[in-house]
Write a protein that binds this ligand. Structure first.
Ligand SMILES: Nc1nc2c(ncn2[C@@H]2O[C@H](COP(=O)(O)OP(=O)(O)OP(=O)(O)O)[C@@H](O)[C@H]2O)c(=O)[nH]1
Ligand SMILES: [Mg+2]
Length: 443
């Protein structure tokens, strides 16, 4: 088993007051931590009660539960120890001090346990990304997607694709050999291209779904935008069920963008209230307008809010998807409401509650589309590698012609290599820093 040389330790449970705190220790001398601090080594993978004592002063630090995981059957693949002590600050300071006093021990860096698990083949790169997402998951759909990736949904699919490519390659290489011998018994290129085409369709399908996967991780951004005084902040407050934004009857009240996170059907939705869009000479307001338009342009959905009785409707900005919403419906008669609705607009009043159900239904529908069956591809890094594989397979197919088997084979080989990057089978060193960027100490 590879080991980082040092034996590392960290608090793996949350910081702050807690009944129990979990201290993890990993590395070649992990066993020594038990011998020195607990005076005994429990049976592998069985919890045992121990008295944690400072080996230098002989002072009892705490009563604890200890677990011993000899490598390679441990999370990192190395020898590991888990101490469950009481979660007080002073206890942890004393335990860490005692561990640091053992030669060859040092505090772990952010993500270092997982990094060792990766290097020891306990996790592949996509599972590491899934694990990071699982820890960060705030909603049910995020948890489901992250767990699927952590448990190998993407890795096994990519491996399946890679194996298919290798099978195609093997058949092509056979035909190349036959060409060398001047004896081509049959056309092997045609079936190879056909299989590659089917594989390409499947890979492209997964890539098409990648945007959904990435959006679910980051949250579905809904920008509330429109002219001043249209009732944007009132709508945000109603959806957030709290007074997140200031509401007044003075046009130009909101200057900064204000974000509120909602959980809609297990999907994280980020609502953004923005400054009313209008021509203005006020430098503060004009910066607000600039931000409003920028936020609308990058949002997944823009709710363009216009008062129900507005005669002139200012045109919505260009954005991925815009829904025209008529606000303050309580100020127009029911006949006008009906007429507006018939033209496909959402008519609502954030003050009286008219039409709010319809808006929530619409948002929930969008959320459900994101949160359905977990997407396979959920990170830009994975998307790029798989995208390159798709491009290579595409080139292989267009290059296919008798006598060009070697070119086709070379493209397919590069495609297989690109797929290998998804799981970290190849070029893993290049991306470690990127992948572990958001990991914290103890993971
Ligand atoms: N009658 C009625 N008044 C509303 C409704 N929604 C908002 N208002 C009023 O319209 C005024 C403006 O509301 P805001 O929510 O601050 O409007 P805004 O679009 O955020 O305005 P800016 O931040 O200035 O762009 C306030 O006086 C609100 O009370 C509504 O549904 N019905
Ligand atoms: Mg406002």
């Amino acid at each position: 088993m590879t080991s980082g040389g040092d034996t590392i330790f960290a608090l793996s449970s949350g910081r702050g007051l807690a009944a129990v705190a979990v201290v993890r220790i990993s590395g070649p001398k992990a066993r020594a931590a038990l011998e020195r601090l607990a005076g005994k080594v429990p049976e592998p993978r069985r919890a045992a009660h121990v008295v944690v004592t400072d080996p230098v002063h002989g002072e009892v630090i705490d009563d604890a539960l200890a677990l011993w995981f000899p490598g390679p059957r441990s999370e990192t693949g190395e020898d590991m120890v888990e101490l469950q002590v009481h979660g007080g600050r002073a206890i942890l300071v004393a335990v860490f001090q005692a561990l640091e006093n053992i030669a060859g021990f040092r505090p772990a860096q952010a993500g270092e346990f997982t990094r060792r698990a990766l290097l020891n083949g306990k996790l592949d790169l996509s599972a590491v990304e899934g694990l990071g997402d699982l820890i960060a998951a705030e909603t049910e759909a995020q948890r489901r997607q992250a767990l699927a990736q952590y448990r190998g949904a993407l890795a096994s699919k990519v491996e399946e694709w890679r194996e298919q490519l290798i099978t195609i390659l093997a058949s092509l290489e056979a035909s190349i050999d036959f060409v060398d011998e001047g004896d081509v018994p049959e056309d092997l290129l045609t079936p190879a291209t056909r299989t590659a085409g089917m594989l390409l369709d499947e890979i492209r399908g997964a890539l098409q779904d990648a945007e959904r996967g990435e959006r679910l991780r980051e949250g579905f951004v809904v920008a509330i935008a429109g002219p001043p005084n249209a009732g944007k902040s009132t709508l945000l407050n109603r959806l957030a069920q709290r007074e997140a934004a200031i509401v007044t009857d003075i046009p130009g009240t909101t200057r900064d963008t204000i974000e509120v996170a909602l959980d809609l059907k297990g999907v994280p939705v980020i609502l953004v209230d923005t400054a009313g869009v209008r021509e203005t000479s006020d430098p503060v307001e004009s910066e607000g307008v600039r931000r409003a338009l920028a936020r609308a342009a990058s949002a997944d959905l823009v709710l363009w809010i216009v008062e129900a009785d507005a005669i002139e409707v200012s045109p919505p900005p260009s954005a991925r998807e815009v829904i025209l919403v008529r606000s303050k419906a309580d100020r127009v008669d029911s006949e006008t409401q009906r007429r507006l609705m018939q033209s496909g607009q959402l008519v609502l009043s954030a003050q009286s509650g008219i039409g709010m159900e319809a808006l929530l239904d619409l948002l929930a529908q969008q959320a459900e589309a994101l949160g359905g069956t977990p997407a396979l591809v959920t990170h830009a890094r994975q998307r790029h590698a798989i995208g390159e594989a798709a491009d290579r397979i595409g080139s292989a197919i267009s290059a296919a012609a008798p006598g060009r088997e070697e070119i086709v084979a070379e493209e397919l080989r590069l495609a297989a290599r690109a797929l290998g990057r998804v799981t970290g089978r190849v070029d893993v060193e290049d991306v470690l820093d990127l992948v572990f960027r958001n990991f914290c100490v103890g993971k």
